[in-house]
Design a protein around this ligand. Structure first.
Ligand code: PRP
Length: 194
């Protein structure tokens, strides 16, 4: 598949959420999140790689709510077996700041089977974080394998393959300012991340 730019997109994409709509939703999300922040300071742990665009824009929305954001990153891959959360997890990039006793917002671009968010939450808990809240830009409940929900959700989507705004297909399309559905014909059987 040829790479595309922000001004030219392939015919097999349908925009689901425009850049303007995402911006508006993020401002509302920041208001929601701010209600749960006690001292105007918030540690956000973002799961690599897909959440980097979401993190950048959400942290600016939070700054407009007078919230000072401290960011850290967690690279984690989970590949589950069946319907349990006992699948193997590999840490590709570990945390760099101490979280003991700190409230943390765990951020991801999409909540799909739920395995990544579950393993990341468990890891933060083991590292001593307290009051862990979760926030995902997209929630795809039809794909869930374990019972888990995020505390804050940008948009709920159907079981289609989505790209853009950090989400990739074969490491492409992450740069798109909108979120689009990659339509049948080019839709892969599984998400191919890193
Ligand atoms: C995607 C996405 C989430 C995870 C969600 O990551 O960014 O982190 O899958 O899936 P789950 O709920 O089924 O666990 P991916 O492995 O594609 O890596 P990437 O973010 O580096 O592209």
């Amino acid at each position: 598949m040829k790479p595309c730019s922000t001004t030219r997109r392939p015919d097999d994409m349908k925009i689901l959420f425009s850049a303007a709509r995402i911006r508006r939703r993020l401002d509302r999300l920041a208001e929601e999140i701010a209600h749960h922040v006690s001292n105007r300071e918030l540690i956000i742990v973002a799961i690599l790689k897909g959440s980097y665009v979401f993190l950048a824009d959400l942290s600016r929305s939070l700054a407009r709510q007078d919230i000072h954001v401290i960011v850290d990153f967690l690279g984690i891959s989970s590949y589950g077996s069946g319907t349990t959360s006992s699948g193997k997890v590999r840490i590709r990039h570990d945390l760099s700041i101490p979280l003991k006793g700190k409230p943390v917002l765990l951020l991801d671009d999409i909540l799909d089977t739920g395995l990544t968010l579950r393993h990341a939450t468990d890891l933060l808990r083991r590292r001593g974080a307290h009051n862990i809240r979760t926030c995902v830009l997209l929630d795809k409940p039809a794909r869930r394998r374990i019972p888990i929900e995020a505390d804050h959700v940008g948009f709920t989507v159907a079981d289609t393959f989505v790209v853009g705004y950090g989400l990739d297909y074969n490491n492409r399309y992450r740069h798109l300012p909108h979120i689009a559905e990659l339509r049948a014909g080019s839709k892969p059987a599984v998400r191919t991340g890193t």
